[in-house]
Design a binder for this molecule. Structure first.
Ligand code: ATP
Ligand code: MG
Length: 313
């Protein structure tokens, strides 16, 4: 039988990036784009590049930004049947500029774009019937509607015996809204694999240090925690112990998308039955490869590329 697919639900956007680092967008500057983007879209593109069945539930406008994304995902092997094309709303966008200190300034159009109209259609339901693993991106919990759709989707996948992963990918604004924080806490309760970036490990816990946070989260029934630490590599924690993988030595061109590629590769390898150390090794290669390419989704890669990077490091 064909392996059951990996599915996620959330925003598709185009990213348009400033040519030069600096602060914000208050004067005319050189821009580059549109690039295919959106954290769940990058994640699912990376799954498909590994040859695993993959599908995305989302919504774009009837415009070129939407077509660019759908065609890109389709070409890379993603099932795009559950991506609605909305007749009135416009495809989401994110303008990004790096500051000298490495932080980023954004102008987002997500909540009020077609993304906000994401619904589980009949095609989405069919996709979830074939799904063995559902991934939740915290960045997609930007409206109550999206939270509801994600809850419905993960409930269905769980009932079918599937597993769930959760990357908090938190935007600071969201934590101030009690219902959003509650949704993120709920996702932590439901997930089998938790994929925080360094500081996000403690965010949804009472713990005062990392060791306590790990104990607390494993105590909720989460089977594996993988903490992403940028150029510091990543660490894996389960009931049997801890593993660490260093970052591969690459030249960082654009860090956007590294965490999404890392998570997608980890989850895919795990679903394919690889032991944790091997999942971690491929995930680290996937994150490293992502940062060597300019553009959020330009660094997704197949197993052959990951094997080549590992062999040359
Ligand atoms: P984002 O949400 O911005 O995409 P993240 O915080 O979720 O990122 P990171 O920790 O930045 O995720 O990156 C994920 C993984 O990718 C790291 O754990 C590491 O293995 C790899 N990685 C990231 N940056 C680098 C780098 N500069 N060099 C090598 N590997 C890197
Ligand atoms: Mg992240």
């Amino acid at each position: 039988a064909a392996p059951r697919s990996i599915v996620t639900l959330g925003e598709i956007v185009v990213e348009i990036m400033a040519d030069e680092p600096g602060n914000g967008f208050r004067e005319p500057i050189g821009l580059r784009g549109p690039f295919a983007s959106g954290a769940p879209a990058i994640f699912i593109d990376q799954v498909a590049k590994l040859g695993h069945p993959a599908g995305l539930i989302s919504c774009v406008g009837d415009d070129d930004f939407g077509r660019l994304n759908i065609e890109r995902l389709r070409a890379d092997g993603v099932d795009v049947s559950a991506i609605r094309v909305h007749p009135e709303h416009v495809t989401g966008s994110a303008f990004v500029r790096y500051r000298a200190d490495g932080e980023r300034d954004f102008v987002f159009n997500i909540k009020n774009s077609a993304c906000g109209q994401t619904r589980i259609t009949a095609e989405g339901d069919a996709l979830l019937d074939r799904c063995g693993h559902f991934h939740v991106m915290g960045s997609s919990m930007f409206s109550f509607r999206l939270i509801d759709e994600a809850k419905t989707a993960l409930g269905k996948v769980k009932r079918n015996g599937g597993t769930v992963s959760f990357d908090p990918n938190v935007r600071k604004e969201m934590l101030g809204i009690p219902e959003m924080r509650a949704a993120l806490e709920m996702m932590l309760q439901y997930c089998d694999v938790f994929l925080p970036s360094g500081p996000e490990l403690m965010l949804l816990t009472e713990a005062k240090n990392e060791a306590d946070a790990i104990r607390e989260i494993l105590g909720l029934g989460v089977s594996a925690i993988v903490v992403k630490r940028g150029s510091g590599g990543a660490s894996y924690h389960d009931r049997d112990g801890d593993l660490h993988v260093p970052a591969l030595p690459v030249r960082e061109i654009d860090p956007t998308g590294a965490g999404d590629c890392f998570g997608a590769t980890f989850v895919t390898c795990r679903l394919q039955g690889m032991p944790p150390a091997e999942c971690l090794r491929y995930a680290a290669a996937s994150g490293a490869l992502a940062v060597t390419r300019r553009g959020p989704m330009e660094g997704t890669a197949g197993f052959a590329d990951l094997d080549a990077l590992i062999a040359s490091s």
